[in-house]
Design a protein around this ligand. Structure first.
Ligand code: 26Q
Length: 818
């Protein structure tokens, strides 16, 4: 009996069937006698939701009883993707649900496809927060995530005639079974107004008289751990008109306009900003940041006060992690609440803030750091501006003590940037207050120390650390590559690697085993065929699974050098065209796959997308080329597309100009799935080399220090002939649109080739040739593939989270009994 029961809800297939049908009938309100796939998905999702809620309650109750130190992870972005498959796997009820669905006549795979992605984020930083939530839950850490419940997620990418167009992602259209609306958990968030000095209880106090109030309502998203009952919470805030409405405007008789005005409050959480520097300094973005920060801080303080009567132990019970500077107003908000509302002294509030906050940066260049115009902040958050000035005053005094009147240094390090427009440097504010600042790979930390935060590193070397990013093997293998998952479990003789990823190393023992090699190839082949079908459905193109699938999927950016990839493909095409038949027989057939979104205002990135399509059209329709080369652009790249593409890839490219990718996490997903990497020595790739050895990868391009030297010397490098030839083809209109593509060619040939495509082109081609050579020998390739998976353990987010917990947050597991 107890085996069937895990709490109140039963998990045997018969009970699950009943639950699914009941939800179809009573929650979805459709007839149980005529259910389509989407309704069946909804019924199933709601039955899974019940089981999540059950464990969520038990976990939160348990945390409350134990009162451990908690971590709050603040991020403006979470790229969760789909939830159904991940939830039933983490809950440990996948087999039971599969049985239940089979008996009802549904296929689980088809139902899972019904779900849309939750795309409340842009790229790396946002998927990182999602992976880390999975690890926090699985490792039983008492943690919560906080973010914004955008009504529109990241734009959908539609390609028309090879050009990117953006369309709204109104993802809540069909309801969201994975969230729990908490109408009673809501806080007033204030904006604008003035600050007055008041004399209260013998003290001078600052009182903020707000000009506008918006209500933040909580939506809870349960995050189940794997192999544990623990289910943690991702609390997302939605903006609603404030309950304390403005009686005056209602009194004036303009009832309709008063309501319309109130309704405008909702725009705060309406849309996710695409990652684009041109959006810096926008008022709505700042409002979003403060809105989510203020609601989260109020929530955290209220929870603490529920079981504590003073703030003496606050720093022993609370750690706050800032995912980049986007939530850094939380620092100022905590100080404001403690001083103005809880009436602590400045010193007490300051000490608390310095103890509880830590900050992760994802940026590599100073220009990438976030700035907020002083005037904007002063009008929206007048009291916060005062506090920032107070912090900056003490900080600059400390600097003067330490370095004397070094005005250059003072102006570089000041939280306030002077100039035509005065700005607040959010990174400087974060570094001044946080006890711990971390980069996201070893190489990134070096860049922070020697460039981006050099001055601060000299002042406080002890604050700076790195935590190399990681990805969760639950989503990126167990959910998305079940074939490989079973194979690994079979050869390791245990599925314990799903919680203890270092066990993957055990695969090394079997790398020479022919049987494993064959099974490995078979699983990968099945995944490739799935990808072939997907490509046909998306693009109408039929590609051969015998070809090498060469993939670059990530946001489109000049530094990520999709352009280098495309120019390499043109070179390959040109070479094949000039080959004799006998030579063509030796060509390794390739299917080149590129996918990714360009920020809406990023013209160069949009040109790269168009070039990819134009080149693809030419090559794919050339009868002379046949299956030897294909170029496919996968539209609307997102988490669930990644889950399908990665397991079916042979080779993946991570070819940023060295020194420009803070870490990169896509590579880790390919690595653990046994896809070989063609990469530059940048970000986390350097650490992958350490783990699996350069001999199991294809490394190319200038090293970080060489890039720095070339740029310092400022010499205009001579471009290799092959590249000049390829650019000539583009300029001559071989692929059409020569005017439109001109800036791409110019960026290399006349604008200084900042991203060093010219320098790296020859070694890039060599790496590609080495990949061809390795692919011909399928046994060698398979061994490299097995060794990639075997050596990927370090890049699990479990390792990352374990390091943060021990070294930064000081939290311990708190495991809810089964
Ligand atoms: C800024 C201002 C206004 C609107 C949006 C933004 C904005 C939003 C998102 C700026 C940056 C981002 C995202 C950055 C990001 O994803 N960085 C990547 O973080 C990964 C995780 O650490 C790293 O692996 C990548 O190297 C890094 O590029």
């Amino acid at each position: 009996f107890f085996e069937m029961m895990d709490g109140f809800l039963k998990n045997d297939p018969v009970s699950l069937q009943k639950d699914i049908l009941d939800h179809v009938e009573f929650t979805v309100a459709r007839s149980r006698f005529n259910i389509d796939d989407f309704e069946a998905y909804q019924g199933m999702a709601h039955s899974v939701r019940d089981r999540l809620i059950e464990r969520w309650h038990d976990t939160q109750q348990f945390f409350k009883k134990k009162d451990p130190k908690r971590l709050y992870y603040l991020s403006l972005e979470f790229l969760m993707g789909r939830s159904l498959s991940n939830s039933i796997i983490n809950l440990g009820v996948k087999d039971q649900y599969m049985d239940a669905l089979n008996q009802l006549g549904f296929s689980f795979e088809i139902l899972a496809e019904q779900e849309g992605d939750a795309a409340l984020g842009n790229g790396g930083l946002a998927r990182l927060s999602a992976c880390q939530m999975d690890s926090l839950a699985t490792m039983d850490f008492p943690a919560w995530g906080y973010g914004l419940r955008y009504q529109y997620g990241l734009f959908r990418q539609v390609i028309l005639d090879g050009f990117q167009h953006e369309q709204p992602d109104y993802w809540l259209n069909f309801g969201n079974p994975w969230e729990i609306e908490r109408v009673h958990v809501s806080y007033a968030v204030k904006f604008y107004g003035t600050v007055e000095e008041k004399h209260l209880n013998g003290k001078n106090c600052k009182v903020w008289i707000p000009g506008e109030t918006v209500e933040a309502v909580a939506y809870d998203n349960p995050i189940p751990g794997y192999g544990t009952r623990n289910t943690i919470n991702l609390r997302l805030w939605a903006a609603k008109p404030s309950g304390q409405y403005d009686m005056e405007s209602f009194g004036t008789g303009d009832y309709i306009n008063a309501i319309i005005d109130r309704q405008k409050a909702e725009t705060i959480s309406s849309v996710l900003y695409p990652d684009d520097r041109s959006y810096q300094g926008k008022e709505l973005r700042l409002k979003q940041q403060y809105f989510f920060v203020s609601a989260s801080v109020q929530d955290i303080i209220r929870r603490f006060k529920d079981s504590h009567s003073s703030f003496d132990k606050f720093h022993e019970k609370v750690a706050l992690q800032l995912n980049d500077t986007h939530p850094s107003l939380a620092i100022v908000e905590v100080i404001r609440v403690l001083v103005d509302e809880e009436h602590l002294s400045w010193k007490e509030a300051w000490d608390i803030a310095c103890n509880i906050f830590s900050y992760t940066t994802h940026t590599v260049v100073p220009e990438g750091l976030e700035k907020i115009p002083v005037d904007l902040l002063g009008s929206l958050l007048p009291r916060h501006l005062q506090i920032i000035y107070d912090i900056n005053f003490s900080f600059t005094e400390e600097l003067k003590q330490r370095f004397g009147l070094d005005y250059d240094r003072l102006s570089r390090m000041s939280i306030i940037e002077e100039g035509a427009v005065k700005n607040i440097r959010m990174a400087n504010l974060s570094i001044v207050v946080c006890h711990n600042v971390n980069g996201v790979s070893r190489a990134h930390l070096d860049t922070l120390k020697s460039k981006v935060f050099k001055d601060f590193y000299e002042l406080w070397p002890q604050k700076f650390h790195h935590k190399t990013n990681g990805i969760t093997q639950r989503r990126w293998v167990v959910v998305s590559n079940p074939g490989l998952c079973d194979l690994i479990t079979k050869w390791l003789g245990t599925d314990a690697w799903i919680r203890e990823v270092d066990l993957l190393l055990g695969l090394r023992e079997h790398v020479e085993n022919k049987e494993l090699q064959l099974e490995w190839r078979t699983v990968r082949r099945v995944n490739k065929i799935r990808l072939v079908e997907f490509i046909e459905a998306m693009t109408g193109m039929k590609v051969s699974p015998d070809a090498m699938f060469d993939v670059q999927i990530k946001r489109i950016h000049e530094y990520k050098r999709q352009l280098l990839n495309i120019l390499g493909i043109i070179h390959r095409y040109d070479c094949i065209k000039n080959m004799k038949d006998s030579e063509r027989k030796r060509v390794v057939p390739r299917v080149c796959i590129i996918g990714g979104k360009a920020a809406p205002g990023y013209e160069m990135a949009k040109k790269i997308i168009k070039l990819c399509h134009s080149v693809g059209e030419k090559i794919n329709s050339d009868p002379d080329i046949g299956d030897l080369l294909k170029l496919i652009f996968i539209p609307d790249y997102n988490v669930s597309v990644a889950e399908l593409v990665i397991p079916g890839s042979d080779l993946s490219q991570h070819i940023s100009t060295a020194g420009h990718e803070a870490s990169g996490t896509g590579s880790m997903k390919f690595l653990i799935n046994g896809c070989l990497l063609l990469a530059t020595a940048d970000g986390s790739t350097l650490e992958i080399i350490d783990e699996i050895g350069e001999e199991n990868m294809f490394i190319c391009g200038a090293k970080i220090h060489e890039v720095a030297m070339m740029r310092e010397n400022g010499e205009a490098p001579k471009l290799p002939l092959e590249l000049v030839h390829v650019l000539r083809m583009v300029r001559d209109g071989y692929f059409g649109h020569e005017e439109y593509f001109k800036p791409l060619c110019d960026s290399i040939e006349s604008a200084g080739d900042f991203y060093l495509l010219g320098h790296d082109f020859p070694s890039y081609l060599e790496a590609q040739a080495a990949a061809d050579k390795a692919f011909v020998d399928q046994e060698t390739w398979t061994k490299m593939s097995i060794l990639s998976t075997a050596g990927s353990g370090k890049f699990s987010s479990d390792r990352t989270i374990g390091d943060y917990a021990a070294e930064t947050w000081g939290i311990e597991p708190c495991r809810c009994p089964f």
